[in-house]
Ligand binder design. Structure first.
Ligand code: NDP
Length: 333
């Protein structure tokens, strides 16, 4: 696959370019909003073409797919343009600023017969897939609760739009709560019905929240507790799933790398759970490429991205209003 990159971003630089090349792809071009930045990025990453106009990528018939990792408010227009040009789309989370915009993007790709995926990397990890497998095989019985703890310390290099620009989609809820929503949906196989929430600015956020806590009700009756933050240097991340016959404790697994430990505790005792240590983003790309060739679905589809955004925005509204919010998730036609 020949890829066009939209957005000269940190995630592209640190993870996605390597993953594209590791999965046999070619990064054919990069588009940024500023010429100098595009040129620097292309030079540093060995990308042959660069520019500021989307047409550089969209009018190149040899480019089959675009990876969108610009700031969040740009995803909608860029994805629609790419779909109009007949390109498959791998889009960063959150897909858009609103659920309506995100749905429009995914509907457009569906109508055009193009693959559209959301880059929710956690469901691509061996650890999360092993946890889902334990739950599906009934190792912990009926799930009673899921606890997601995803309070991290945002590196200084990323303390820009994320902590101060609401119009670019800043705030921890669009940044991390969307991931946690996807993890809950992936592990439990059901969508939150309602949410209650609180949020705060605890030292980093300037006009946007940098911390959030929420509780979600699931159709099965399971309860989900979710905590996201940019301001916690030493909290560590992880998740716990508690069931009638056992509990799963996973530490350090809410990461971009194949790290962390999983322990299963049942009436038979404690056991460490092994899992495959593959690259999360390369796995997502492998699933994406298969989908473009008509084999299966991407790891996280466009509709998964719509759903995670719907949950996250319900959390924010619940926190803003102090009221319980119903999660309204649009579906494929
Ligand atoms: P960055 O801040 O690194 O990049 C976002 C945009 O900001 C770039 O496209 C670039 O715009 C502009 N930019 C970046 N650095 C500079 C700079 N030094 N000076 C001026 N402008 C700059 O964002 P991230 O890589 O952290 O995030 C990009 C997207 O990816 C977001 O949607 C985010 O939510 C998502 N993301 C997803 C992750 C995942 O694991 N799935 C992890 C991290 C982020 P331009 O291209 O116009 O030059």
């Amino acid at each position: 696959m020949r890829w066009g990159l939209i957005g000269a971003s940190t995630i592209a630089e640190q993870f996605m370019i390597g993953a594209i090349r590791a999965t046999g792809g070619t990064v054919a071009g990069i588009v940024s909003t500023t010429e100098a930045r595009a040129a620097d990025f292309a030079r540093a990453q060995g990308i042959p073409a660069h520019g500021t106009a989307l047409s550089l990528l969209l009018e190149d018939p040899t480019i089959g797919a675009v990876y969108i990792s610009s700031t969040n408010e740009k995803h909608h227009a860029q994805a629609l343009a790419a779909i109009r040009a007949g390109k498959h789309v791998l889009c960063e989370k959150p897909l858009a600023m609103t659920v309506a915009e995100a749905s429009e993007m995914v509907r457009a790709a569906d109508a055009a017969g193009l693959t559209f995926a959301t880059n929710h990397h956690l469901r691509c990890s061996g650890s999360h897939r092993a946890i889902r497998d334990l739950i599906a095989r009934g190792r912990i019985g009926r799930v009673l609760s899921l606890r997601l703890f995803h309070a991290v310390h945002l590196p200084a290099s990323l303390q820009g739009w994320r902590i101060k620009d609401a119009s670019a989609g800043g705030g921890v809820i669009p940044d991390i709560t969307v991931h946690d929503a996807d993890v809950a949906r992936f592990l439990l196989g059901e969508d939150p019905l309602t949410v209650v929430a609180q949020m705060s600015a605890s030292g980093m956020g300037q006009g946007v929240e940098d911390s959030a806590m929420s509780v979600w009700t699931m159709p099965s009756g399971a309860m989900v507790q979710s905590h996201e933050s940019f301001t916690h240097p030493f909290a560590g991340s992880g998740l716990e799933v508690h069931g009638t016959e056992g509990s799963i404790f996973a530490r350090g697994v809410m990461t971009q790398r194949p790290l962390g430990e999983i322990e299963l505790v049942t009436g038979q005792g404690r056991e460490a759970v092994p899992y495959p240590q593959h690259d999360l983003y390369a796995q997502g790309l492998t699933d994406f490429l298969a989908a473009t060739e008509g084999r299966g679905q991407p790891a996280a589809t466009g509709w998964d991205g719509v759903a995670s955004l719907a949950v996250a925005l319900a959390v924010r509204t619940a926190a803003q209003t102090g009221t319980r919010q119903t999660v309204d998730i649009p579906r494929a036609a």
